[in-house]
Ligand binder design. Structure first.
Ligand code: FUB
Ligand code: ZN
Length: 674
């Protein structure tokens, strides 16, 4: 069966026919990232950085995880030697980096990288027990001497402490990596390991296996969600409904068969086990876990048509955007639990906002968008991606943020012991998430039904879309996110045909930066977006976040969308205490911040009293920040003689901060003297 699916994907990639497998007619089918040819100056350079720097660098850093697996394999083969060190999830970081590498291979085959992957895959396969179980610490028994954070909390035998052990979390990441590698190369060794493990988990958790849990089905959802959405991927690649059923089952039993009792990481809310998922209405607990759970719920709902999950998803989504999301799209404001705090508690300097949580926000909203065909979800995904996610890695691709505050003083450590970016972390979930998300971005740009093309993300690109009446090749031209204009030209059509072209008109073009009730523009500027067909203005209305043009198309037809990008000033609602009396400057989908490197006065002493109408935009012409638009506005600052002075404040996109030095940075600028 899996070969059949692979051939389908391969044929689709090569010839742009209608063969992409489509599971549910109600949802949009995304065009896979490897079928979108990027031709832009924003994402294409990032993809090059992924290939030349981030992924090789991360693979090097993940060597201890490879070593641990090798030692486990040796143990299973009876080869005497050192045992792995106990750790709950170090392998998951390796699997995620390998997933990212697989995506790069899907875009462009690379013999050396493939060989390196194959060598690691051989080790992974050898570290798997004959019955499918795969978890280094329990297989070798080192979990019994675990005495540190990475080791503690996994129990002393398989599946004995599912609430914290990360056994299923690790396997989820392995499934995603295996599925990606199979799709990229057609090689099924790793996929076989993944499927064998999934069948083993099904047996132990839902049927009962005499070797585990005294033969009784474990029937407990994992403490760290991930396997749910990964099982869906396994289903999509293999077509085996067992995996979709397992994903649904893990979601259905969450908060039902087991509820932790206690405080801190044992609090029922921490891993969203306080209620059955359909009764959950608010985003609570650990933010990465939450975002992965909501993504898995959206997947299951979309694929099975289970509408009973939708009210919970809708309510949780509103709770996030109305009360708990930073303007950068960051989730999980609170250090310690790495999670959601009380509603409206959105600190700036003390904010946690793990890079992984923003990645999870992108995953969740992208799924909601495809399922609901509503641009408001793509709006949130875009804000999270361009701001919090991209801030997670420097422009060179080898220094990272785990924690993403909206203010820094250049002195106080905030990033797991650092006052700026770090080359790696003991827990490397964030760099590895960046390794796999960025190559997938082109896959967020286009989606379709039988006779509709949805264009939701903008970047210069070429794509061939298999509509029901034949393929359509379109070319997009834009310098987004700095450019106000996007044009889409019909390059060729298999047959002249009628279809609807939909282009997203983001929330940030209207009266607020991002959906939800938290933030709104306070400036008066308002120019409406405009659309043109072959140069003639269209009177298209925006519905569900898109303008739509339905017609019989011919080669050369061109739609131009003008999305005005004035500098906007945003205020948060009064309930957000930390933003009171402050403004945030945005342009297009980008949050701007003031950083010491661009300003002669102390940034922390600066303020913007009245909202300046005038501002200048200057594009960096060379160096690392080349191509980035800087914005300058009149402001005031207190100088070193304690006197007020008129200054020009220069700001850069938040995603690009801390690329020159670890310095003072501020997103929410005071309106009065500090
Ligand atoms: O527990 C695995 C990962 O480590 C989580 O997703 C992150 O929040 C970090 O705690
Ligand atoms: Zn992380």
């Amino acid at each position: 069966m899996k070969y059949f699916f692979y051939i389908l994907l391969f044929v689709a990639a090569c010839s742009c026919t209608d063969t992409n497998p489509k599971i549910n007619n109600e949802t949009l089918t995304p065009v896979p990232f490897q079928e979108v040819k990027l031709m832009d100056s924003f994402w294409l350079p990032r993809l090059k950085t992924q290939k030349q720097t981030l992924v090789p660098f991360a693979l090097g850093k993940a060597q201890p995880a490879v070593d641990n697996l090798r030692k486990t394999a040796d143990f299973l083969k009876g080869i005497p030697g050192e045992l792995p060190f106990p750790h709950r999830y170090i392998a998951s970081d390796l699997y995620k980096i390998m997933e990212g590498a697989a995506y790069l291979l899907a875009i462009e085959r690379d013999t050396a990288l493939e060989r390196q992957m194959d060598r690691i895959i051989d080790i992974i396969a050898d570290a798997q027990q004959a019955d499918g179980y795969l978890y280094e610490s329990h297989t070798t028994g080192v979990s019994k001497n675990a005495d540190h954070w990475g080791g503690a909390g996994m129990g002393d035998k398989p599946y004995s402490w599912v609430v914290h052990s990360h056994e299923l979390y690790d396997m989820g990441h392995m499934y995603e990596g295996a599925a990606a590698y199979y799709q990229a190369t057609g090689k099924d060794k790793w996929l076989n390991v993944a499927e064998k493990n999934a069948r083993h988990i099904n047996h132990v958790f839902f049927e009962g296996d005499p070797n585990y849990n005294n033969g009784k089905p474990v029937n407990q959802a994992p403490g760290h969600e991930e396997i749910e959405l990964a099982l869906v991927k396994l289903y999509r690649v293999t077509g085996d409904t067992l995996y979709l059923g397992m994903a649904k089952r893990f979601i259905d039993i969450r908060g039902v068969t087991y509820r932790p009792e206690g405080q801190w990481v044992m609090a029922p809310e921490y891993a969203q086990q306080h209620l059955p998922v359909r009764e959950q209405t608010k985003a609570v607990g650990h933010a990465v876990r939450a975002a992965y759970l909501y993504s898995g719920m959206a997947d299951v709902s979309a694929l099975t048509g289970d509408m009973t999950l939708r009210p919970a998803l809708d309510s949780i989504w509103h709770n996030i955007v109305d009360t708990r999301m930073h303007i950068t799209g960051g989730l999980g404001a609170i250090h310690g639990i790495e999670g959601f705090g009380p509603e409206y508690l959105l600190p700036n300097k003390e904010a946690y906002l793990e890079t992984c949580a923003a990645v999870g926000n992108v995953f969740f909203n992208q799924r909601m968008y495809l399922m609901e065909k509503n641009g408001k979800y793509a709006d949130v995904a875009e804000i999270a991606l361009f701001n919090n996610v991209l801030a997670g890695v420097n422009l060179e691709g080898n220094r990272f943020f785990y924690v993403n505050p909206l203010e820094a003083d250049g002195q106080t450590p905030f990033n797991h012991g650092r006052r700026g970016r770090s080359p790696w972390f003991g827990t490397a979930c964030c760099p590895s998430n960046l390794a796999r998300l960025i190559p997938q971005v082109p896959g967020m740009m286009y989606a379709y039904t039988g006779d509709e093309i949805y264009c939701s993300f903008y970047a210069g690109s070429e794509v061939c879309i298999p509509l029901k009446n034949g393929k359509v090749k379109i070319v997009q031209q834009t310098g987004y996110p700095f450019d106000e204009n996007i044009s889409i030209t019909v390059d060729s059509l298999a047959v002249n045909q009628e279809f609807t072209l939909r282009m997203r008109v983001p929330t940030w073009t209207d009266s607020q930066f991002v959906p939800g009730k938290l933030y709104h523009y306070i400036d008066k500027k308002h120019e409406n977006p405009e659309a043109f067909l072959n140069g003639k203005k269209l009177h298209a209305t925006v519905k569900n976040g898109f303008i739509s043009i339905r017609k019989k198309w011919k080669t050369g037809d061109k739609v131009t969308l003008h999305l005005p990008m004035p500098l906007h000033y945003t205020c948060a609602i009064d309930k957000v205490e930390d933003d009171r009396g402050r403004v945030c400057l945005t342009r297009g989908p980008l949050v701007y911040c003031a950083e010491a490197a661009d300003n002669k006065f102390p940034v922390s002493q600066a303020y913007i009293e009245t909202l300046p109408e005038n501002y200048t935009i200057e594009t960096a012409r060379d160096g690392l920040l080349k191509g980035i638009d800087f914005i300058s506005v009149p402001a005031k600052a207190i100088n070193d003689k304690a006197a007020k002075e008129e200054v020009t404040m220069t700001l850069l996109p938040y995603y690009a901060w801390d690329n020159r030095s670890d310095s003072t940075m501020m997103v929410w600028i005071p309106q009065i003297e500090n």
